[in-house]
Design a protein around this ligand. Sequence first.
Ligand SMILES: [Zn+2]
Length: 92
Amino acid sequence: MKTWETRFGRRFDSTAKLTCSGVVEWLDAYVDRELSSVANAGVGRHVAGCQNCRTLVSERTRLKRQVKTSVSSVSVPQRLTWMLQAALRREQ
Ligand SMILES: [Zn+2]
C-alpha cells in the first residue's frame, strides 16, 4: 500500500522526539489515515499526550466532515440534472 510518506518522499523518524510544529505537517495525513503504521503510531503518541495537537486533530476531522458534506450536497442536484436530461431525451 502506498502511504502518504512514499508519495511525498517523506520519512518519519520514529526515534526523534516530536514537537508540536513537527507534528503539524503530519496531521493532515494522520487525519486521513494515510500514514504508515510507524508514523501513525508516532503521531498518535504525541497527540495522545498533547492537548494542543488533540484540538488540531479534532478541528481537522470536523473540517473534513464539512467538506464531505458540502461536496455531497453539490453532487445531488448535479445528479438530478442528469436524470432530468435523460428523462427529457427519452420523451423526445
Ligand atoms: Zn503537540
